[in-house]
Design a protein around this ligand. Structure first.
Ligand code: DGL
Length: 202
């Protein structure tokens, strides 16, 4: 019995994202779970997910989880906000294995640290359109005021490796000037790519 459980535990954790952005999540996971091994799948052939239909994102996510299951993972982390927003409940209904998304943990943390109850969320078109963040706050019984904004050019920029400089700054300003930053006390980077430009965002 012991041998079986240690065999199960030594199986890898699958992590996937539409591209490179999920490496920010993988980095954190490796830090918190140093004894685990991971398989990372970045769907760089089909990135960005943020402008695709919900059916497409569900279809890609399902196929990637199946691919990772074939690699013998013991659980999966959907390190993509767009996929977490559009596909997570479908994946959890379909697969008999723990599958975690990234929206729930961000929402719980923001709820805890927000001082004045005004929270902004930036993300891809699909994530923002789904209202997944507002819904998650509501589900938790939160009374915070949530405002959500799409920043669709950030992902192509980041996938091109453009993380700093004038162009990045201009595009950030293009979106952030639409957001009443003086009215929010916490901004959720609702896309796993965005921490890669957090210096410029800050
Ligand atoms: N990294 C993804 C996210 O967190 C998706 C970006 C994209 O593929 O558009 O939403």
């Amino acid at each position: 019995m012991k041998t079986v459980s240690s065999k199960i535990n030594s199986r890898p954790i699958g992590v996937f994202d539409s591209g490179l952005g999920g490496l920010t999540v993988l980095k954190e996971l490796e830090q918190y779970l140093p004894n685990e091994s991971f398989i990372y799948f970045g769907d760089t052939a089909r990135v960005p997910y943020g402008n695709k239909s919900s059916d497409n994102v569900i279809n890609y996510s399902q196929r990637i989880i199946q691919f990772l299951i074939n690699k013998n993972i013991k659980l999966a982390v959907v390190a993509c906000n767009t996929s977490s927003a559009l596909a997570l409940s479908h994946l959890n209904n379909l697969f008999d294995m723990p599958i975690f998304g990234v929206i729930g943990p961000s929402v719980k943390f923001a709820e805890k640290i927000s001082k004045f109850s005004q929270i902004g969320v930036i993300g891809t078109n699909a994530t923002i359109k789904s209202k997944a963040y507002s819904k998650a706050f509501k589900k938790m019984g939160s009374n915070k005021k949530i405002t959500e904004y799409a920043c669709p050019l950030f992902v192509p920029l980041i996938e091109e490796g453009m993380l700093r400089g004038q162009i990045v700054k201009k595009i950030i300003l293009h979106y952030l000037k639409e957001i009443p930053l003086n009215k929010i006390d916490t901004l959720i980077l609702g896309c796993t790519h965005y921490p890669l430009i957090s210096t410029e965002l800050q």
